[in-house]
Design a protein around this ligand. Sequence first.
Ligand code: F6R
Length: 609
Amino acid sequence: MCGIVGYVGNKQAAPVLMGGLRKLEYRGYDSAGVCIQNGRLTTVRSEGKIAALDLKLAKHHLQGTSGIAHTRWATHGVPEERNAHPHRDCSGSVAVVHNGIIENFLELREELTGKGHIFHSDTDSEVLAHLIEHEMEAGLPALQAIRASLACVRGTYGLVVIFKDLPQTLFTARMGSPLVIGIGDGEHYIASDPSAIIEHTRDVMFLDDGEIACVSSEGITLCALDREDVPHRIQHLDWEVETASRGEHAHFMLKEIMEQPQVIENSIRGRVDLIGGRAVLGGLDDVRDRLKEIDRIVIVGCGSAYYAGLVGEYLIEELAGISVEVELASEFRYRKPIITERTAVLAVSQSGETADTLEAIVEAKRKRALTLGLVNTVGSSIARATDAGVYNHAGPEIGVASTKAFVSQMTVLSLIAVYLGQLRGFLPESKAREVLAGLHEMPELVEKVLANRGQVTRVAEKYRGMENCLFLGRKYQAPIAYEGALKLKEVSYIHAEGYSSGEMKHGPIALIDKSFPSIVLCPQDSVYEKTCSNISELRARKGPIIAVTTCGSMSHVQADDVIIVPHTMEALQPILTVIPLQLIAYEAAVARGLDPDKPRNLAKSVTVE
Ligand code: F6R
């Protein structure tokens, strides 16, 4: 949530910072701002999306080769210019951009106000600029002033600080909110997310919690809140630059839907051994012995990642014979979960930064569970906090609504299920081979669904005026119904509910009349006939039916509209049925004149609890 960029080097900073902000806009778009060091600190800020800041900057011609920038998702204070970052101290000698939440900001603000500081915003972040100013007035040099200030705050931060009197120098610090430093030739970048800087460099260093870096054009000095001389850990990211741009597509959401065949290919590359009939997951090999001993898996995640976890529950129970529970990460630690050393807690997260999911892992570690991550973002907090794990390799997901990451999560969960089933001697070889072969042909099947996009567009066009929609599915398709409803509501603002088809008669059917359509997932699987009965029940109440099925002969007597996807084994079918639902949501948003990449009130990477 919120995006940060910093630059110090030999180029003009403003265009670099703005380029980075455009890549990060998916993290928040309530307001944006830049601050350039040029003998003084010049700040330009604006309410709304980055395009509004662009317009304002055109009048300023900011010159200077170091600076910081921010795009905001509002937590404390309404989305107005005065609450936009960067925030400055009273004398204009310090400016900060901040992600996270300073929980004790009210008491700090009161204290500082008592000492004569004047605040200009309602944000928690501004307190950081004043604290640093206060410590410097007491005689501390910049780094020590930042350290002393951070010692006073409770909460989370990804912070970049720039000083009027320290040319070509930025300071950055992390506690619970990600930051990465990009290493160039005589220049350095700072960002909350590598996608902002990979067009400039792929050599990066992720900060750990409690670390502070002094970044100048010449080099990086790393220390921690409580110690000096922290060693450097530079890594090379092998992301393609194109994956972070939308290319020929009108929106990232569409681009990310359309690239799903390649995403699945990348997620299974080197992991499907068709000759040996094995799932190869090197990331789990180090914990093989513990995985043999576990008696239960708890999958934690939020939103779409949670729904992918529900598919994982079916997969792992069926293919590995291990009892699985799926928990909303935001609820997990408020219960008294029964977690033992024989429990594996698997966090599913695209960003690897979702605060609730990360906290669930911290809680699981405290209870000595084996912690695992299924994470897309390399080097992210969850990836680093867990004992072992598997990366999605889906590439950066920029659209706020998760699409390709969700599909890749289900893909990798099916591999994890095969891996565990084989490790524990539960899964018959023939079944393992069937799943692996199914995964191997999946990119081609997904291509077929996408090639048939016209059938989805027609349905979306026909129902463009709908105000409500019910999504139904049973067994493996139930989580897809939940996901379809989430996708539709978040990008098109159409009210949608996802239900297990079996639950429909226990309440939701009361909603149904001729103006309330249902999208029913009914591939020809083990519950096909039951789902068809549910369709009949809806039709008897005059509810319009859109069926997503594998059955070419599904007659229009059963459904008003039919979307056909290729058939695969039941356990892998969700990968195919979700794609039309992603497209329906996308088309509905576009038809209503909305930007599906930036739905209102949302942000990618929810780093507050
Ligand atoms: C929905 C969506 C969100 C995320 C959720 C978890 O389209 O994108 O529901 O799935 O915020 O995010 P990650 O996977 O980054 O932990």
